[in-house]
Design a protein around this ligand. Sequence first.
Ligand code: GLY
Length: 588
Amino acid sequence: MIKTGEPALPKSMRICLYLALPLCLSLPANASQAQSAAPVIKYDTSDNIIYPVQARHGMVATEQRLASQVGLDILKRGGNAVDASVAVGFALAVVLPNAGNIGGGGFMMIHDARSGKDVALDFREMAPSSASRDMYLDSAGKVIPRRSTFSHLAVGVPGTVAGLTQALSKYGSMTLKDLLAPAIKLAEQGFEVTPHLAGMLDASRDHLGKWPASRAIFFKGDRPLLAGEILVQKDLAKSLRLIAQQGPSAFYEGAIAQKIVAEMAAHQGIMSSADLKNYKAIEREPVKGTYRGYQVMSMPPPSSGGVHIIQMLNMLETYPVRQQGVNSAQNIHLMAEVMKLAYADRSEYLGDPDFYKVPVKALTSRAYATELVTKIDPDHATPSSQIKPGKLQAYESDQTTHYSVADKHGNVVATTYTLNLLFGSGIVAAGTGITLNNEMDDFSVKAGAPNAFGLIGGAANAVAANKRPLSSMSPTIVLKDGKPFLVTGSPGGSRIITTTLQMILNVIDHDMNVAEATLSPRIHHQWEPDQLRLEKGISIDTQNILAQKGQQIRVSRPMGRTQTIQINADGFEGFSDPRNPDGKTLGF
Ligand code: GLY
């Protein structure tokens, strides 16, 4: 059982109360992840207390411990949170090759302490200029299998290098060369494949194995690398070195661009040198809302995440969520009904704001939330078919990654970026070591028909030249009295939004520390399919009550993998979601 309603003590002090005192006193001021320095972080059935990592001067939480170490080293050298985030972004491209990338794209939320400004940086991939609405259909109008996922036509113009370098030049303080050095070293010298990475390589055997340039990196003979073997990426090291020497133009106009275009031309791809040259990261206004006195800042379209997190928080604020208790039947039923209403809107109204007028203000207004909650019956689940005529929307791939960084100056950065599926398209552009995304599949490849992952959408997210596909990635910053309080986000496709929502609720409503908030079982409903997904850990009694209310329950595999940092008056508390065992939070 997770405790709620603790005495009014700071959460860090509360942890000390529950720890044996000597153990508490021995928690070093420069505590690194508690997973390696005792106490071990896991469900603690003896006293119900779970320990976040604590630190005073800065913190980095990522899905790969080597990348967390890179970020920590940058902070220790005096770099700010943006510097560390840029270094981590490049390092994850090496050590988390299934999702970390320079051949993909993503989003970064920055709170810049100097100016007090909050920034949403969009470096989402873009459709090539000769992309068109029906490019994934045959002459009979049928979707051609795998074309939008595992072919050269699946690749969107990558945004990561533009995004990371733009963040650095506007908000960082160190040189690109310094920040790329650790990633170059990791690529050149190699690192040991973890059991988790080996599992993902094995799961990607078919689409990686198809391409000689990909096999050359990720295979040994006729099989993918195994745990314990060393992954060396010499070509990727060369590409990173070129970027260090020449800046982003090496990627978008120079030798790397030429190789990517040659790769495309050799396999009926359509990405041109002009597409790469014209790519721009875009600074956008974050989506903003408030929740019980906290300010919530998240990613605007082309992400759907920020809009729907705020829309759901607006609805939930009208209920006594804390009194309901975390994951009580009443609480889960409410969250599910709120999620259904938000995801029904997602299918209709969300797309690239440069192509489609997304009604952000209306969707995130309190008036609209007040209207929506009148549709919620506390005793009965409303069938999804009655919420809006079905535009089926199935579960998206969860092969994305999120990381959070906070520094002692009050800067915080939340970054979520992706190749889309595991190792993206599986295509490495020959001679570059760069794995290319398959983000084109995040468009609605045919209006009203499911794509390879069952995703259906309408005009708002149809394929078009130079358009960015809709995303669920939701890097989020919560402020308290204008100062950073929580930095969070997650991979998990459509479950990113509900995972991030529950992190906010667990900390603010249920008074959990970030470790407790992370480990609490998650739920997810996305309107269609009409299915309430529950992680293991929700009691059978609760499930029975939910079923009586008419919820269609399905016990699910783990959902989301958060990397979260909370900022308190006396320092940082962070936690890497053990749903990925390779993740690590480090602080000093
Ligand atoms: N490719 C998953 C997302 O952007 O939501």
